[in-house]
Write a new protein. Structure first.
Lengths: 336, 361
């Protein structure tokens, strides 16, 4: 099967323009993209309701709603284009990594001055992205540093404002996707995608950049170097979600990869097997905050997980990309 | 009086006589790195007709190079985040020295010599702080003399201004860390700047684009003889937006942004790879390898003066009355009188940049 896939990969680029991507575009949008954002906006609505009912950081209902909504975001967070990127919505939902500690600074600043923007969603939406979204909420709920900073009523109002802002962004993305879906499934000269090839490229890029982010950033950041591991840099470690984000993103990316490779069973099988291996590796890790990177044994296991993600990336770029007629080009790597 | 004249004559002899100049290697006009068919990465010397005069092996994929103003010597930088740069004697093809980035620094792939050739400046990342620095190296021993802040985050290209006393730095604004490969860590808060520094590192001027364009990363530079600076950008914001990718700036003034009409401009995918002024300085051009095009503008009125479709075009330098370009498909071509003409196609893939070799001032 692998030989056939490679043979196809070598032959097909010549005919790439003749491919009909219509059915794949439609199925990806209808069963991968749109349901994901619908689930997110339902979950964020539950989150904002929970925060209105009980804003205390220890509230079981609020914490559960936070976890569910964050799960839903991670499951669509690879779809970084179109409505997700408008007005920095994705960054407003998830400001991470935070290399210079902007989130605690923004939160402390709001609390210290009792900034009145928390009373008006439109005004709060104009404040720094670092003080908004899931990572700001995580610190307010789980970081002891914020449990007694400033006055309790203000902290409550801030938690509610962050939850409402998350919900507004999620709803805006969901609503806009209903329209954007048409431009992606029916490309044309007047839209952002002039051809089905361009629309496929966007989805393929979502797959490869999603894999890159999970492997290089979600895992690479806490791994640091062997001599200097950085467990405190793990994503959402305060609420023990670091490993969960890796697993959820791999599950979502596996689904996207299955859609994109649907016409090429050999490649689809290769990708699926590689995803299965990586997901199993993540599930067997039992290290929710990736704190194990600080020990040599723990680090080796995380390194193995990272390698299994690199294996998926290799299949995507060697088999899937060329088959879809997507050529990276020699000179167009970002930032060079 | 006599003493002084003798002294000056002696100085000139000392600085010129013992060094073999670029003439000894066939007087190349440009340097460029490339991937050759045998799989080797090499640095090549090209003449103005695209003829390859020499090629020298590199240890890894190259990016840009700095040509010494007098000696036939080039410093080839690894692609970022490389931690070494190789000093090559172009007369013998041998590596004569190797620059190792100090602990907690890596190179960004560009550098420039001082006007007298005594020092080399390199753009580097102080990655634990997430701040850019300029490394200073002695060009005899290639030992490190020191460093100073670059004036921003993620410095990439850097040029020496015609006064020989000022560096202009493209602080791209994007924070990266070797632990996370090429991942961009700070896009929502990035700020790109064009920074002018004196040779001791004092910031003379900082130029930023309007707030709505803070995700437009200034990455590559060219400088005209009169001090006009051209800068090429890479857009990190929404893909549905198409802000200009070329700017012109004169110290003390506001920057001027140029772009083609939307039908042509929107095909560039927010990415310009190189920038150069034409040999006569009348026009300026950017190469756009993602959009497979070269866009040329008239400097005086900022009007588009030509769109040239060229697959994977990236390397660009001044040519007689126009430009010389290279492509990832191997072409070396000339743009003159409104026509792009290929005049060589060696079997290699040219890397991003074509570095003009300055003659003695």
């Amino acid at each position: 099967m692998r030989t056939l896939a490679l043979a196809l990969a070598l032959i097909l680029p010549l005919h790439a323009h003749a491919q009909n991507h219509g059915p794949i575009l439609t199925s990806t949008v209808e069963t991968h993209v749109l349901p994901g954002f619908a689930v997110l906006s339902q979950a964020t609505e539950a989150l904002t309701q929970a925060a209105q009912t009980d804003c205390s950081p220890g509230s079981a209902r609020l914490q559960a709603a936070y976890h569910t909504a964050f799960d839903s975001w991670i499951s669509v967070s690879h779809l970084r284009f179109g409505p997700t990127e408008v007005q920095d919505r994705a960054f407003s939902l998830a400001f991470w990594p935070d290399t210079k500690g902007f989130t605690p600074k923004a939160l402390s600043g709001l609390i210290a001055s009792e900034d009145a923007s928390v009373e008006t969603p439109a005004e709060f939406a104009e404040t720094s992205v670092a003080g908004r979204g899931f990572f700001a909420l995580e610190q307010m709920l789980f970081d002891p540093k914020f449990t007694d900073q400033g006055a309790a009523p203000y902290r409550c109002a801030l938690i509610q404002a962050i939850a409402t802002d998350i919900d507004n962004n999620a709803h805006a993305i969901d609503a806009d996707w209903a329209i954007y879906a048409i431009t992606l499934t029916r490309p044309g000269e007047s839209g952002p995608y002039r051809s089905e090839d361009e629309a496929m490229q966007e989805l393929y890029r979502a797959l490869t950049t999603g894999l890159e982010f999970t492997g290089d950033t979600r895992l690479g950041r806490p791994m640091g170097t062997f001599d200097r591991p950085r467990p405190n840099r793990a994503e959402a470690r305060r609420s023990d979600r670091s490993l969960r984000h890796v697993e959820l993103s791999l599950i979502a990316l596996r689904d996207l990869a299955a859609h994109l490779s649907a016409d090429y069973p050999g490649i689809a099988a290769d990708l699926d097997a590689a995803f299965a291996k990586a997901i199993a590796s993540a599930q067997s890790l039992d290290d929710p905050a990736l704190a194990g990177v600080a020990t040599p044994q723990g680090r080796f296991r995380v390194e193995a997980l990272q390698q299994s993600i690199n294996d998926i990336r290799a299949i995507a770029s060697a088999e899937l990309g060329p088959t879809l007629g997507i050529n990276a080009g020699f000179n167009s790597l970002d930032g060079d | 009086m006599t003493n002084r004249r003798h002294f000056l004559a002696g100085l000139a002899a000392a600085s010129l006589a013992p060094v073999r100049g670029w003439a000894s290697v066939g007087a190349p006009d440009y340097l460029a790195a490339a991937l050759f068919p045998d799989g080797s990465y090499r640095l090549a010397g090209l003449d103005i007709n695209g003829e390859i005069l020499f090629t020298l092996p590199l240890p890894a994929r190259g990016h840009a190079a700095a040509a010494h103003p007098y000696r036939a010597q080039a410093v080839a930088f690894a692609r970022r985040p490389g931690t070494f740069a190789v000093v090559i004697d172009c007369t013998t093809g041998r590596e004569t020295a190797r620059l190792e980035a100090p602990k907690n620094r890596h190179f960004y792939g560009h550098g420039v010599f001082s006007a007298n050739g005594n020092k080399l400046f390199t753009t580097e990342n102080n990655f634990e702080a997430g701040e850019g620095v300029i490394g200073i190296w002695d060009s005899q021993s290639y030992t490190r003399l020191g460093e100073f802040p670059s004036g921003g985050v993620g410095p990439h290209d850097m040029r020496l201004m015609p006064d020989g006393q000022t560096l202009v730095v493209a602080n791209g604004g994007i924070e990266t860390h070797p632990d996370t490969g090429r991942s961009k860590l700070n896009l929502p808060v990035m700020r790109s700047r064009l920074s002018y520094l004196n040779l001791s590192g004092r910031v003379l001027e900082q130029v930023e684009l309007p707030r709505a364009m803070h995700k437009n990363s200034i990455r590559h530079l060219c400088v005209r003889r009169d001090g006009l600076v051209g800068f090429a950008m890479q857009w990190q914001g929404e893909t549905s937006q198409h802000p200009p990718l070329l700017g012109l700036h004169r110290q003390g003034d506001a920057p001027h942004l140029l772009s083609a009409p939307v039908a042509d401009h929107s095909t560039l995918q927010g990415y310009a790879g190189s920038i150069a002024f034409a040999g006569d300085g009348q026009t300026v051009a950017i190469t756009c390898p993602r959009g497979n095009a070269l866009h040329r503008f008239t400097v005086d009125d900022g009007q588009l003066s030509g769109v040239f479709p060229l697959e994977d075009v990236c390397g660009l330098g001044p040519g007689t009355g126009g430009f010389v370009y290279t492509t990832g498909t191997g072409l070396v071509g000339r743009l003159r009188n409104g026509k792009a003409k290929t005049f060589a196609q060696p079997r290699c893939q040219w890397d991003n940049h074509l570095i003009p070799i300055r003659g003695p001032a």
